[in-house]
Design a protein around this ligand. Structure first.
Ligand SMILES: Cc1cc2nc3c(=O)[nH]c(=O)nc-3n(C[C@H](O)[C@H](O)[C@H](O)COP(=O)(O)OP(=O)(O)OC[C@H]3O[C@@H](n4cnc5c(N)ncnc54)[C@H](O)[C@@H]3O)c2cc1C
Length: 91
């Protein structure tokens, strides 16, 4: 029970002292991120919907939509396309 764990810290000692426990947690605790819901399904009339209930994509506004590779800086062209589409969609 008193054998050091993989961190080299003796766990009972760490649990008994707040400072040691804080240090142990900061050194060993990690999170596991599993992103979901980044392209949400919903009503086609909702501003936060990306795909409709049949999984049809409603809007794509990024550099992938350009018919050809732009000669200008793509970042600026992407922003211009996004601004234009916001104006069109908000009308
Ligand atoms: C190293 C580097 C340097 C560059 N330098 C320049 C430069 O100097 N000038 C210039 O004009 N252009 C530059 N570019 C190009 C420019 O960055 C791109 O053309 C532009 O960012 C394209 O915009 P985008 O919106 O299409 O894609 P991105 O900017 O790649 O945006 C895509 C977004 O979608 C998000 N995403 C991905 N999958 C999902 C998902 N499933 N759900 C939700 N979100 C998701 C990503 O997190 C990201 O935020 C550079 C590119 C690179 C890689």
């Amino acid at each position: 029970m008193n054998a050091p764990g993989a961190t080299g810290i003796q766990f009972p000692a760490a649990v008994e002292h707040d400072t040691a426990l804080d240090e142990l947690l900061l050194r060993t605790v990690t999170d596991g991120q599993h992103a979901t819901s980044t392209c949400r399904m919903g009503s086609p009339t909702s501003a936060t919907t990306v795909v409709d209930p049949r999984c049809r994509v409603l809007h794509v506004v990024d550099a992938s939509i350009f018919p050809t590779c732009p000669r200008a800086n793509p970042n600026l062209v992407t922003i211009a396309a996004a601004e234009l589409m916001v104006d069109r969609l908000m009308r």
